[in-house]
Ligand binder design. Structure first.
Ligand SMILES: Cc1cc2nc3c(=O)[nH]c(=O)nc-3n(C[C@H](O)[C@H](O)[C@H](O)COP(=O)(O)OP(=O)(O)OC[C@H]3O[C@@H](n4cnc5c(N)ncnc54)[C@H](O)[C@@H]3O)c2cc1C
Length: 410
């Protein structure tokens, strides 16, 4: 690990102009002003944990293995459950939850993604689309991280075109039989519950949500190997042949695509945008520390004009992205954020964060391609973020559809 690897958030007042004033992206524009005391404390706990464990995670990343020890460490923080109300959740606001995704991703995108799946694509789906009995049965264990839950929408032949999915649900005595395939499903190899989006052929082919339980007959999962982005998260192919789902495992309030999967993506895409900003911030902070110490031609490389422009531009991009995610979070809380606004934010932040990571990688020179030096890892992980929860292109088109009133893809 490079000397001067990411520092914890600055607490001191601004230094005289001759001294550097930058310590980290979050405190540069004083973003703590947008958090409550509980929000600040939660973010600080995540920062302390991630700063401690990040050097240890590199070997898991190399082995493409999920670090199970992190489950107990995250459990101890008491932050899981995030913005859900009740059932043992910390009940954070949208902005505060976003700030935690920023913080996790600043240090490690795989851990941030694990949290997205368990929370936004897992237990939040039950919270938003489930009935009271389903919530009481599933939320306490998944919030306490005693059980794991994930989200199966994408299929081998239907990614961007999710509404064309082929998996079917057919009525049978006491429930449904699910048949089909899913691809890229995060955490699915160990999840206790897989939320499967399937076409109910007895109800006009509507896309509905079904909770498939681990060990169900006819269900098999296999890990996707050779992944070079977000390597610690296990993504899986899923095969289902007449998997029985009892009637009380159909999500009660997700009876079509709009009220179900689409509604979920509207909420979770906000957090993916925050996660992209955190990824960029982590890479930039590392590059800054490096550039302040690394000498060429007899002086620190942060003193060269070209590098100064890059540092200033990249930091400006991070601050602008922070403004955007903070604003869209507030609008969502007020019930005023449209899908187009959210899709635009996700698309903009993943594209811009990708550029910031590339600048950071450049600034660290040859050392920048070493895994343990953070910038390359952040850059590679950005590729996964750029594509999941709707690719950059699809989110741009969803936003453009709203702006122009014309759909270019459906
Ligand atoms: C790391 C990772 C984790 C994931 N986790 C999950 C998960 O937990 N659960 C889940 O359900 N899914 C998950 N996904 C799947 C993800 O949502 C899809 O990969 C994504 O929606 C894109 O689908 P695709 O990969 O099939 O690409 P495709 O749809 O085949 O697209 C390929 C390219 O064509 C472009 N494209 C497609 N259609 C158009 C169009 N009309 N106009 C312009 N460009 C277009 C796309 O933008 C993309 O650049 C994950 C993916 C990754 C990489």
């Amino acid at each position: 690990m490079l000397e001067g690897h990411l520092t914890a958030g600055a607490k001191s007042s601004p230094a005289p102009s001759a001294k550097p004033t930058f310590t980290d992206c979050w405190s540069f524009f004083k973003m703590d002003d947008f958090l409550s005391e509980k929000g600040k404390a939660s973010k600080a706990k995540v920062e302390t944990l991630m700063q401690e464990v990040t050097p240890k995670l590199v070997e898991y990343y190399e082995r493409t293995e999920f670090p199970q020890f992190m489950v107990d460490r995250i459990k101890a923080l008491g932050v899981n459950g995030l913005d859900v109300k009740g059932y043992g959740s910390p009940e954070l606001s949208i902005t505060e939850t976003g700030s935690l995704f920023y913080e996790f991703a600043r240090w490690d995108v795989s851990i941030a993604t694990f949290m997205v799946v368990q929370n936004c694509l897992g237990l939040s789906v039950v919270d938003r689309c489930g009935g009271e009995e389903q919530k009481r049965r599933i939320l306490p264990d998944t919030i306490a991280l005693r059980k794991f839950i994930c989200f199966g929408l994408t299929e081998p032949t239907h990614g961007s075109d999710a509404t064309g999915l082929l998996t079917t649900a057919k009525k049978t005595e006491g429930g449904f039989l699910i048949t089909g395939m899913k691809r890229w499903i995060g955490n699915a190899t160990f999840a206790d519950y897989i939320i499967v989006w399937a076409r109910n052929i007895d109800e006009g082919g509507k896309i509905q949500g079904f909770i498939v339980e681990k060990g169900s007959k006819g269900l098999s999962t296999s890990k996707i190997e050779n992944k070079y982005s977000i390597r610690m998260v296990t993504n899986a192919d899923i095969n289902m042949e007449n998997v029985f789902v009892p009637v009380n495992n159909r999500l009660e309030n997700a009876l079509d695509f709009a009220t179900g999967a689409n509604n979920i993506l509207k909420h979770s895409r906000i957090y993916i945008a925050w996660l992209a900003v955190g990824t960029a911030a982590g890479a930039l902070e590392q590059a800054f520390q490096y550039a302040q110490k690394r000498k060429q031609f007899g002086k620190e490389i942060s003193g060269f004009q070209l590098n100064q422009e890059k540092l200033s531009r990249a930091l400006g991009e991070v601050q602008a992205m922070l403004g955007m995610v903070q604003r869209v979070s507030k609008l969502y809380e007020q019930g005023q954020a449209s899908m187009g606004m959210i899709a635009m934010t996700k698309a903009h932040c993943t594209r811009t964060a990708r550029e910031v990571c590339q600048i950071a990688r450049e600034l660290v020179g040859g050392n920048g391609i070493l895994l343990e030096n953070h910038v390359m890892k952040q850059m590679l992980d950005l590729e996964g973020i750029h594509t999941y929860e709707g690719s950059y292109e699809i989110n741009s088109l969803v936003s453009a559809r709203e702006i122009t009133g014309k759909s270019s893809f459906k």
